[in-house]
Ligand binder design. Structure first.
Ligand code: SAH
Length: 247
């Protein structure tokens, strides 16, 4: 009998923010294949005899390439084991969970998803920033700050993004922060638009940097803030002044 794979969202970092079902599956899995962004304390909850496989990124470099990750999961499941694929946040929010699920389906393996609390919403929330608000933003757009080098035809339309009238939440946004902020200004957003950067949201090392579109890159440099962080652009960012830290 082939095993089954559970793609599980580990949440943004705080161990309390994994779902009840996610935790139950972590506690019963034969194999756990995990990422750097998932809280390592979760692994203490695994069965003592569970096989733990680290395929996370380190310093921006994958320890194991995506094909390698897919192969490991397929192999473990084919051998009849119950595999938990633990991913930071939500598995289908910029986590390549969709690609992994496709590969597993192709290999004829039964796959389930357990959604997670995404950092795209949770990191701002912990910093006192609701991503929508009736007085500030009737919509929110989630975007990657790091475009695929292999698909130059799929460039993000920053001008369109600058004109949504809603909040823009950028993940993987630190490497190109300055460039992307100036793309939004060129696209028509006021340079004084509030911007918040939430680093390691929900964890004890959470840090928040507040500035504006034209000031945030410099401020992050000054404070030494890098990845992983969520960038929030729009009026909602200023709500932190009212709400303060909500962690
Ligand atoms: N699937 C994940 C996102 C994976 S992409 C999710 O739903 O949260 C990796 C990016 O997620 C990082 O570059 C960063 O932008 C963001 N991220 C993940 N955890 C974070 C955290 N605790 N605080 C701030 N940003 C985080």
């Amino acid at each position: 009998m082939p095993g089954e794979v559970y793609l599980i969202g580990a949440g943004p970092g705080d161990i309390g923010l994994i779902t009840v079902r996610g935790m139950e599956l972590v506690q019963t899995a034969d194999v756990i294949v995990y990422d750097q962004l998932a809280n390592p304390e979760l692994l203490d909850r695994a069965r003592p005899d569970a096989k733990l496989i680290d395929v996370g990124k380190e310093g921006g470099h994958h320890k194991v390439r995506q094909e390698g990750i897919n192969n490991i999961i397929v192999e473990e499941a084919t051998e009849g084991r119950m595999v938990v694929r633990l991913k930071g946040g939500d598995p289908f929010m910029f986590g390549r969970g969709g690609e992994e699920a496709e590969e597993l389906r192709k290999a004829g393996i039964k796959v389930h998803v357990v959604p997670g609390v995404t950092s795209a919403i949770a990191a701002p929330a912990m910093a006192g920033i609701p991503v929508t608000h009736r007085d500030h933003a009737p919509m929110v757009t989630f975007v990657t700050g790091h475009e695929r080098d292999d698909r130059p035809d799929e460039r993000i339309n920053w001008k369109a993004l600058a004109n949504t009238g809603g909040t823009i939440v950028i993940l993987m946004g630190m490497a190109n922060l300055e460039q992307n902020m100036s793309r939004l200004v060129k696209g028509g957003l006021d340079p004084s638009t509030p911007v918040a950067v939430v680093h390691r949201g929900s964890t004890p090392s959470q840090k928040v940097v507040m500035s504006t579109l034209d000031g945030i890159a410099e401020e992050c440099r000054r404070q030494g803030i890098g990845s992983p962080a969520v960038v929030v652009v729009g009026g909602v960012a200023s709500l932190r002044d009212v709400l303060g830290d909500l962690r």
